[in-house]
Each structure stands twice: as structure tokens, then as C-alpha cells.
Design a binder for this molecule. Structure first.
Ligand code: PLP
Length: 498
């Protein structure tokens, strides 16, 4: 990589030149470079509004890049070791939809773990593909899902040699990684595509102290939420293409179906500027965040009732790798659930964590984290330990399981089937869901369209409700949308889909 080239910020610089050219605006957006008097304009100031332009002459077009956006995307691809990069303005969600729509058509099989983000389930609905779910490693002690081992991939490919693609989450929300390089080799030997949800791994490519990125490991495509750990503005993400097998014109075509024709220039510029920063300063800045995480682990490890999980822990659990800038902290020995600790930290200590699970909490450390942030968190956990440790028995859910329901119909078929709304209690067991239900964050569905409602699901939802977590579902109250089998011709003719 020619680092000198990365001093340039083609799109960002072009917007600044445009602002400085004192143009008289007769185009949209209607705030006319901030010439309006709203509360937001007053709070943000004029600059943010001036920057919010909508593809005037000279600033290129994201749907058909030929100028400064093309150049910015080329630099971005170079920085991330990709053949081609596409800027995304609707988060990784739109990139994941695009990768799926490109790789699988209706009735094609795609191999993927069940603990995927909801946008991937939406990709299955839109494409009509048949998911072949692989069970990720499950960590019963932390109550979380981990990576995917090579053997599970090999076994699943052997059973489904006709699958078109394999999709891996790397890293997981909790920072666990899989052996992508070996997975890529095996997947390619079987003529399938390897797609990677790298939403949480934007920083991997810029530090040799972190697991290898999807592009370094030989994946065909990956999607990164640059806004999560890269430092760009929320919603700005990127789709990267590595292999020659991918038809980039077709990727552009699909993106043009899914993305706005008015992409926000602040988001695009933030991608351009973040790329420059990561190339020039990423290694040092990410190294510093890893040091801060180490510092946190050292301070947290002696607090009674708190267990902080590190690389060694995941190695012992036979996971392939771990993002050592994440802090997974087990808190249930304090006698409270992760959700309760998450809420107490927010309400009483003004600390906003990334997410909670039944037994643990997750703090994300990035290039923006400062030592004083770590000290605030450590002091708060120290205080919680003093308040709660030894006063209650550890919070244990006797029958905690990490199981997923059985799938009876393809997600798209179930999504389009006639439905009825029923109460989500024991009477619903055995019905087939027509909607997704998930805990947010992380946004991983507990059930998706086409899966059968089980006793475990009803119990898990009761538990999550009790713990005060946010349950996202379509129906208000204790209801769920299920397939109305009595009115479904398909079901009356033949109980199976094929
Ligand atoms: C694993 C994973 N994939 C994809 C996404 C979607 O990313 P975005 O919010 O950038 O659309 C998320 C969001 O939290 C995620 O956790």
C-alpha cells in the first residue's frame, strides 16, 4: 500500500471546496445549507448543515460513482486490502442484505450460524433462500454463543454440497473469532462463496495484535460497520469485495435497489476521513485501545464477584481467537443478572454499556476510549461489588439454554403465509411463527418466520421480560403472529413445502 496516497480525502475535500465556493442553492435539501432557524440548527451550528448536501455537481453520485466518490472508494478498498469497496449509508444491515441477495436466489441453500443479526434473517426473507443453520460454540458459563469450528463447517458442507454460500459472523458481538482462513479454503474447495459479517471488526485490518480480517483471510466479501469500531458516523459502513468471482456491477445494482438516492454526505465524508485516519494512525490508536483493555482487565480481575474474560479464557474454551479490545464481564456472582447490572450502571452511575446478557455485560473499547472512561467503569463495578457481593446468592437460571427452534418453512414462505395473532403462552407451543422476535441489543432473533414455537422459547421470553430487557416483536403486548394453517392452501394440500 502506498501510504502517501492516503493523505488524500477526495470526497471530504470536495464537499469543503463546494461549501467554500459560496454557491446559491436552488437544489435540495430544503434547509439550504443551514439557512433555517430550527432548534437543531441552533444546537449544531451552521457547519453541520452546510455539510449536508445532496449530490450537487462535482460531488459525484453514490449510485453511479464516477468522480470523487469513486476515488474515495478506491482508496478505501486499498486501505482494507479489498479489490473493491462500496460505501453504505444504511449500516452493515444493507450490506448484509446485498451480499445475500447477490449470492443466493429462492430455494438456494446458504449455510450460516443461527445467532445471526436480524438483517441476515431479512436477507433470507427477501431472497427466498433456504437457511442451513450451524450451531455455534455455546459457552454455558457466560450464556453466550461463540465462534464456528471448522469441523462443523466441514460436516455441514458434506451434508449440503449443493449450498451456494457460507456466511460467518467474525468477530461475534462478544469478540470471538473463527478460523476464517481455513474456513475460506474449505468453502472454496467446494465452490461456494464465503461471506463475512464483520460488523464488529473494522479495526482488525489495522493491527497485527488482533485476529486477521476477512480480506486478509481470503473471504469473498465482507461487511463492516465502520461506525462501530472504526470511528466514523453512525450508519456509515462498507461492503468489501475480495475475489474475482464477484460481479461488482451486480453488487452496485443490488445496492442501488436498497439504498437511498440521497445518501447523507456527512456519512460519506466520515468514511473518507476515517479511512485516512486508520491508515495513518490506526496501528498506534488501536494498540492504545488494546493496552487500555489490558489495564481494565488487570484492575477488574481482583474485584470480588466480577470475572473479566480475556484471551486466555476463550483459548481454554477452544475458541479460535478473540478481539482483546472487548471487555466481556461476568457479573452474576453479584446476585444480579447482566441486564440488572446494565440498568444500574446506566441509571445510577451514568455509564452506558454496549449490551447485557443473562450473566454478563459487554463494554467496547475503541480508539475513542480514554483511561478516565476505564477508571469510571472500574470504580463503579468496585462499588457494585461492595454493595452486592456476598449479600445474595449468584444469579443462576436453572434451565438456561441457548437453543434455537426447529425450522419448518423457508423464512420467505412463512413471511408471506396467511397469519393470525395469538397469545404467546403455553397454548402457542407447536404453532409456526410468522414473525421474528429478538432481544435488542444484540438484535439476534430468538425465533424467525417459519420456526416452531417451543416451551423453551416461551420460558426464555418470560425470563427476558422479567430481567427488563428490550424485546422487539411486531405485535404489541403478549401476542405473536403465527401462520394461519386453516387458511393456508399450501398447508392443506401438503404439509411440507417442497
Ligand atoms: C453482528 C452484527 N451484524 C450486523 C449488524 C448490523 O449493523 P448496522 O447497525 O451497521 O446496520 C449488527 C448491529 O449491531 C451486528 O451486531
Amino acid at each position: 500500500m502506498d501510504v502517501e496516497l492516503h493523505n488524500k480525502t477526495p470526497f471530504y475535500s470536495a464537499v469543503i471546496s463546494y461549501i467554500n465556493s459560496s454557491v446559491t442553492p436552488f437544489d435540495v435539501p430544503g434547509h439550504k445549507l443551514g439557512a433555517i432557524n430550527t432548534e437543531l440548527r441552533k444546537f449544531l451550528g451552521r457547519r453541520a448543515f452546510e455539510f449536508d448536501v445532496n449530490a450537487p455537481k462535482g460531488l459525484d453520485n453514490l449510485n453511479h460513482p464516477r468522480g470523487v466518490l469513486k476515488e474515495a472508494q478506491e482508496l478505501f478498498a486499498d486501505a482494507f486490502g479489498a479489490r473493491k469497496a462500496f460505501f453504505l449509508v444504511n449500516g452493515s444491515s444493507v450490506g448484509l442484505l446485498t451480499m445475500i441477495l447477490y449470492s443466493v436466489k429462492a430455494h438456494d441453500k446458504i449455510i450460516l450460524p443461527r445467532n445471526v443479526h436480524k438483517s441476515i434473517i431479512n436477507g433470507l426473507i427477501l431472497s427466498g433462500a433456504i437457511p442451513v443453520f450451524i450451531k455455534p460454540n455455546i459457552d454455558g458459563e457466560l450464556g453466550i454463543a461463540g465462534g464456528i469450528n471448522l469441523k462443523s463447517i466441514k460436516d455441514t458442507i458434506k451434508e449440503h454440497p449443493d449450498a451456494k454460500a457460507v456466511l460467518i459472523i467474525n468477530p461475534t458481538y462478544f469478540g470471538v473469532t473463527s478460523n476464517l482462513k481455513k474456513i475460506a479454503e474449505h468453502v472454496h474447495e467446494h465452490n461456494m462463496l464465503l461471506l463475512v459479517d464483520e460488523a464488529h471488526g473494522s479495526h482488525f485490518h489495522f493491527s497485527d495484535r488482533l485476529p486477521p480480517s476477512a480480506m486478509q483471510s481470503g473471504a469473498d466479501m465482507s461487511v463492516l460497520s465502520i461506525h462501530k469500531t472504526g470511528g466514523s458516523l453512525t450508519q456509515s459502513s462498507a461492503l468489501l469485495v475480495k475475489s474475482e468471482r464477484i460481479d461488482c456491477d451486480e453488487i452496485q445494482n443490488i445496492l442501488n435497489m436498497l439504498q437511498s438516492t440521497s445518501p447523507n454526505s456527512l456519512l460519506l465524508a466520515s468514511l473518507d476521513v476515517t479511512r485516512k485516519y486508520l491508515v495513518l494512525h490506526g496501528k498506534r490508536a488501536i494498540g492504545h485501545s488494546i493496552e487500555l483493555a489490558k489495564y481494565a482487565v488487570n484492575r477488574l480481575k481482583d474485584i470480588p464477584g466480577i470475572k473479566v474474560v480475556d484471551k486466555k479464557y476463550f483459548k481454554e474454551k477452544k475458541e479460535f481467537g478473540y478481539d482483546s479490545s472487548r471487555l466481556v464481564i461476568k457479573v452474576n456472582e453479584l446476585g444480579l443478572s447482566g441486564f440488572e447490572i446494565y440498568n444500574i450502571l446506566r441509571e445510577e452511575y451514568s455509564i452506558q454499556l454496549e449490551l447485557a446478557e443473562t450473566y454478563c455485560i459487554l463494554a467496547i473499547i475503541t480508539i475513542g476510549t480514554k483511561k478516565k472512561h476505564i477508571d469510571t467503569l472500574v470504580n463503579a463495578l468496585n462499588d457494585l461489588s461492595y454493595r452486592f457481593y456476598g449479600k445474595f446468592v449468584p444469579y443462576i437460571v436453572p434451565k438456561f439454554q441457548y437453543s434455537f427452534p426447529k425450522m419448518l418453512y423457508r423464512p420467505r414462505l412463512a413471511f408471506h403465509a396467511p397469519y393470525k395473532k395469538i397469545k404467546l403462552d403455553d397454548d402457542a407451543i407447536g404453532e409456526v411463527s410468522a414473525e421474528s422476535i429478538m432481544i435488542y441489543p444484540p438484535g439476534i432473533p430468538l425465533i424467525i418466520p417459519g420456526e416452531v414455537i417451543t416451551k423453551e422459547l416461551v420460558d426464555m421470553l418470560d425470563l427476558y421480560q422479567e430481567q427488563g430487557s428490550t424485546i422487539l416483536k411486531q405485535e404489541e403486548g403478549p401476542y405473536i403472529k403465527v401462520i394461519d394453517k386453516d387458511n393456508w392452501k399450501l398447508f392443506q394440500n401438503d404439509e411440507s413445502e417442497e
